[in-house]
Design a binder for this molecule. Structure first.
Ligand SMILES: [Zn+2]
Length: 558
């Protein structure tokens, strides 16, 4: 009955799993390469199958979401911010590269996996992680590797149908950067001058994959290779475990090995000749399996992070997103959009609008007026089959929290005092967490200095000196009314009322002529200039409460 995309995929996956492997647990899959910080853009690779697997579990089916860590992939390049001497490790498996200096983890792959694992736990994503280093080096894929080598002519013929076709569409630079961590980019498909071999050994002398297979004997499984380092060796593939299938063969092998029924892929994997398309043929003709249901998911953009990421030398990660938004909100961004719709995760002012939208939806859920698809997205954001995501007990608008902590610079007592003006029943700041902490982190980390509120230390003597009689009178009326109107509602009435009184009206009069509106706007600009030295700022009643009566009077010229 749910009409959202998750429910529709769940229907399809359950039906397909019944056909393929009745009675067995249903397998959904994701794959990530811990080759560097895992980009926020790659979170969709995990969230899409997570949401579908979760829906399948809600319906009472046994379902496993496997997350394949491509940690046996080669180290391709040294990311920005890492000592250039790491270049000597290029070509080694990611699990054989030392972690960056100061890391608590034993190797490169583990170092970059860890924050992703933590973020996924926070997001309520349940998965079974499968490390490809462990799978290959333990010989778990032995039969599959031997099979692929026996069938190398079939594989080569399949790959050859695509080799001459047009290259994958050009993606823009940001998109390419986001997708770099997603597995396949640029890997050779196993062809070489000496013939086609889908297995690539890591050299036993230098541990790099700059090797070339020169011969293979199907009967004895003797495999000879040479390495760019000068090493040459013959090994028995029936025993060898230091090597892997090339990506375009590795992926379909795992579909068959794990019985994957659902695995989406990014745009880079879905064009003609791409791994997903080629893999569909290889899994059927070589491994006797079937291609998963695999929707292509669109790019997830990031806004407001460009400055930050270049200055920090890093990329936005899911942990960065979770530092400014609650897990349920981040889940919602993925649940509400179909995988083929792109969207942005905002680190700029837009996050405030996103939060407003989320709060509006929550109110509609509470009063029963939300549309079915919105209800579904909300349920998927706030709960999973087995858990409820943590919520902030008392919700004030994110923009209110942000502007208050901006003005108070996080001073707790002052923050509590002002926020109580918005909600008199707040007992302590704990009720406003974690949303309050997220808003505070956003203000201090992502709001550019020039957009932060800086209350003036001293009155602007020059500006005050040049004021006309009307302006001077407006400031006098405001200062005189502060004591009587010292609350959020009171100050709102006073601020709009001063220009009314000056126009000969009652302060509480309902009036909205163009002249009055213009006078109010001019009055507010004057106040912003005198208080914060700019023409805009946080809502004035909030600002006045934060600054305090005495200081307001001083800055307005006494
Ligand atoms: Zn070597």
């Amino acid at each position: 009955m749910d009409a959202d995309w998750v429910a529709r995929f769940a229907d399809e996956v359950i039906a397909e799993a019944e056909r393929r492997a009745p009675g067995k647990p249903i397998v959904c899959a994701s794959g990530l390469s811990p080759s560097g910080p895992i980009h926020l853009g790659n979170l969709r690779e995990v969230m899409t199958p997570h949401l579908v697997a979760d829906e399948i579990r809600r319906r009472g089916h046994d379902c496993v979401h496997i997350l394949s860590w491509d940690d046996f992939d080669r180290f391709r390049k040294v990311p920005a911010g890492i000592d250039p001497s790491w270049a000597e490790h290029i070509g080694k498996p990611l699990t054989s590269v030392p972690a960056p200096p100061g890391s608590a983890y034993p190797n490169w792959a583990e170092h970059f996996k860890a924050p992703m694992v933590a973020a996924l736990a926070e997001l309520g994503v349940e998965f079974r992680g499968i490390g490809q280093t462990e799978m290959y080096t333990s010989g778990t894929y032995r039969d599959q590797v031997l099979l692929a080598m026996r069938e190398r002519k079939t594989i080569d013929a399949i790959l050859d149908q695509y080799r001459t076709k047009a290259k994958a569409k050009v993606v823009d630079a940001e998109e390419a950067a986001a997708l770099e961590g997603s597995g396949a980019a640029g890997e050779d498909d196993g062809s070489g001058a000496g013939g086609y071999y889908p297995y690539k050994p890591y050299c036993s002398a230098c541990d790099r994959d700059v090797t070339t297979v020169t011969s293979y004997d199907d009967v004895t499984t003797a495999l000879a290779y040479t390495c760019a380092c000068g090493h040459a060796e013959t090994v028995l593939l029936s025993e060898h475990t230091r090597g892997k299938l090339v990506w375009k063969v590795d992926w379909p092998m795992r579909w068959a090995f794990e019985g994957v029924v659902f695995e989406p892929s990014g745009v880079d994997h879905s064009s003609p000749g791409s791994s997903f398309v080629v893999g569909g043929q290889i899994v059927r003709d070589v491994f006797g399996g079937a291609q998963p249901i695999g929707p292509m998911y669109a790019f997830v953009g990031i806004s407001g992070m460009a400055k930050m990421s270049s200055s920090k030398g890093g990329v936005p990660t899911p942990a960065d997103a979770l530092s400014i938004m609650e897990p349920a909100l981040l889940r919602w961004l993925y649940a509400r959009r179909r995988p083929n719709q792109s969207f942005k995760v905002s680190f700029d002012q837009e996050i405030q609008r996103m939060y407003d939208e989320w709060d509006t939806l929550s109110r509609k859920i509470a009063d029963g007026s939300a549309l079915p698809a919105d209800q579904a997205a909300h349920r998927r954001a706030t709960t999973t089959a087995s858990a409820t995501l943590p919520e902030t007990p008392r919700r004030l608008p994110y923009r209110t929290l942000a502007s208050v902590v901006d003005i108070t610079t996080g001073h707790e007592e002052q923050t509590l005092r002002i926020l109580r003006e918005f909600d008199h029943e707040i007992a302590d700041l704990g009720e406003l967490r974690p949303r309050l902490d997220r808003a505070q982190h956003w203000v201090t980390t992502y709001v550019p200095a020039e957009e932060r509120t800086q209350v003036r230390e001293e009155p602007d003597a020059e500006l005050l000196g040049g004021l006309g009689d009307t302006e001077r009178e407006s400031l006098r009326l405001l200062s005189a009314g502060l004591d009587e109107h010292w609350s959020l509602d009171g100050l709102t009435t006073l601020l709009y009322g001063v220009p009314k009184v000056q126009a000969g009206l009652d302060m509480a009069a309902k009036a909205a002529t163009p002249e009055l509106k213009a006078a109010q706007r001019a009055f507010f600009v004057l106040l912003y200039r005198l208080l914060v030295g700019r023409e805009t700022g946080p809502r004035l009643p909030t600002l006045l409460l934060a600054v305090g009566r005495d200081r307001v009077r001083t800055l307005l010229g006494g």
